[in-house]
Design a protein around this ligand. Structure first.
Ligand code: F6P
Length: 533
């Protein structure tokens, strides 16, 4: 396996960065290149991307594409799509693309369609009130990939939701999460979806047991059973049966947790938007899969985004990326992307276990616009660190309030403009600043009020936040993470880094009862003692 930092392209990128790359200025670039917007923007399925406000020129792009080739991106992509083992540490394929492929076009087609049909039929039953009792509240109990995807998508697609249904998501082992919900639910009208790939995750099993006990205490009044009001989504059918669940929708070990919302883990989404729209959601993702599989690298949006991520992380040294969705429905997208990107690419050794000498996953974070503007955007504009920002805007709103929507979009464009243009201290000095301290020297005030500018951003545009567009957007991010992970030469589909904390928590748990602190480090022992006192 060729290591990225030993390729000719990596060396060329380093040299390019040391010269034109570091000195690159967006304002100069736009002045020099009248067609820069056209040259650096791209229409992919459902998603238009403006990359022109990134710190790149034609040489940067050419060298990044060379790097992709040096790292055999196309071969690795084809191997993933064909179902070959791309997760060697767990000996698994990563075939989330097969979950959204038309019948007969991808591996495991028959089993995928069988579960999909069963799950969509059940979703329609719930929507039509054909379950043992009509359902008004659906509670998904899961965590990580068994929570973040459905939670994000159900909120994003709220405009398409069956109006008689409410959706709730419980993930935290902290019972402050589930307790207030149980206090208001009507058990006779509630459906619990216990979602866990392994059906062993501590948080999910704890919450599922709490929900079952709560339900069992009340069920006799209306003659309900766990089998009627609990369904399972898991690869561990035996454990679900042992829990008392008789209706289970399965999936497979070749679906990673953070790539699983296309599988039966998407059941809450299917119940919310219905079978036909869930199929549109899959079709949008599939359209992006085809784009990723077939578009030339230079016109391949996930590839370009992933390569820009590498450019920023490894040559500019930027440690984070902020995601700013200008749509309230995408409020949970940053949290979803945190798992997708940081659990996939937060690795320090390559596929062969060799320590890496370069950075991998950036910190991904963000809040919906315009809220973020009144919180952390100060730091993005004037802080000492450069944080590339990703703006996501949706052309058509799902509400009738055109004035609000125009204001939202104006703010979105204004922020990327401000990050790029900045403001010189001369311009600041020429401005009237009524709230500034009157005795402050004008040149000092101007320095406080100036913006460096030249801060990069990408803007993604959707026509509307439809099931199809959301599917394409998520698939875009999946393939982008695959692209940067492939260049970095890491296993983007394992997650060994979550194990140690889980194991230590299991070992600490009995000590909360026994008080035994033997063998513990002094800090953990001291904290345990205070918490028990
Ligand atoms: O935290 C690690 C993790 O394994 C994630 O990768 C996964 O999405 C989550 O836990 C939940 O796992 P499960 O679906 O098996 O409950």
């Amino acid at each position: 396996m060729t290591r990225a930092d030993q390729t000719p392209a990596w060396a060329a990128l380093g040299a390019h960065y040391a010269g034109a790359g570091r000195a690159f200025d967006l304002r100069t670039a736009f002045a020099r290149e009248p067609r820069r917007f056209d040259a650096y923007s791209l229409q992919a399925p459902e998603v238009f991307a403006d990359l022109s406000k990134n710190l790149l020129d034609a040489t940067t792009l050419r060298l990044l594409l060379d790097l992709a080739r040096d790292c055999e991106l196309e071969d690795r992509r084809d191997a993933m799509l064909a179902g070959r083992v791309v997760n060697p540490t767990e000996g698994r394929a990563a075939l989330h693309t097969a979950l959204r492929a038309p019948p007969g076009t991808a591996p495991h087609g028959d089993e995928v369609q069988r579960v999909l049909d069963a799950m969509l039929a059940f979703a329609e039953e719930v929507r039509d009130g054909r379950t043992a009792r009509p359902i008004t509240d659906v509670v998904n109990i899961g965590i990580g990939g068994s929570d973040l995807g459905p939670r994000m998508a159900v909120q994003a697609l709220d405009a398409w939701r069956a109006p008689q249904l409410r959706f709730h998501f419980v993930s935290n082992v902290d019972a402050h999460d589930i307790a207030p919900l149980l206090a208001v639910l009507d058990p006779a009208r509630t459906l619990f979806v216990v979602a866990s790939k392994t059906f062993t995750t501590q948080e999910t099993m704890t919450n599922a047991a709490l929900a079952r006990a709560w339900f069992a205490e009340r069920a006799a009044v209306f003659g309900g059973t766990v089998a009627e009001h609990f369904v399972g989504v898991t690869t561990n059918l035996e454990a679900a049966a042992a829990f008392g669940i008789t209706r289970t929708f399965g999936f497979w070990d070749w679906v990673g947790g953070r790539y699983s919302l296309w599988s039966a883990i998407g059941l809450p989404i299917a119940i919310a938007i219905g079978a036909a729209r869930f199929r549109e959601f899959l079709a949008g993702a599939h359209a992006m899969d085809r784009h990723f599989a077939t578009a030339p690298l230079a016109a391949n949006l996930p590839v370009l985004l992933g390569l820009v991520d590498v450019w920023y992380r490894n040559f500019h040294g930027f440690g984070s990326r902020s995601v700013a969705p200008y749509h309230q429905g995408l409020a949970r997208l940053p949290a979803y992307l945190q798992q997708l990107e940081m659990e996939s690419n937060g690795k320090q050794v390559d596929l062969e276990g060799r320590q890496l000498a370069y950075g991998t996953s950036p910190v991904v974070w963000g809040e919906p616009g315009t809220n973020g503007q009144h919180a952390y955007f100060q730091m993005l504009h004037q802080g000492t660190d450069v944080v590339p920002v990703e703006f996501i805007a949706v052309k058509r709103a799902a509400h009738p309030h055109a004035d609000s929507h125009r204001k939202l979009l104006a703010n979105c464009l204004a922020q990327s403009q401000a990050l790029m243009l900045g403001k010189t201290s001369e311009a600041a000095r020429a401005e009237h600043a009524p709230t500034a301290a009157p005795d402050l020297a004008p040149e000092v005030l101007a320095r406080h009020r100036s913006f460096p500018g030249n801060r990069p951003s990408t803007t993604l545009l959707l026509d509307e936040l439809s099931p199809r567009a959301l599917g394409a957007l998520i698939a875009l991010y999946e393939h982008r993470v695959f692209t940067s992970g492939t260049v970095w030469g890491i296993d983007s589909f394992d997650q060994w880094g979550v194990e140690l904390g889980k194991a230590l928590a299991n070992r600490l748990l009995p000590r909360f009862t026994s008080g035994d602190a033997s063998g513990l480090d002094a800090s953990t022992a001291g904290l345990l003692a205070r918490l028990r006192a």
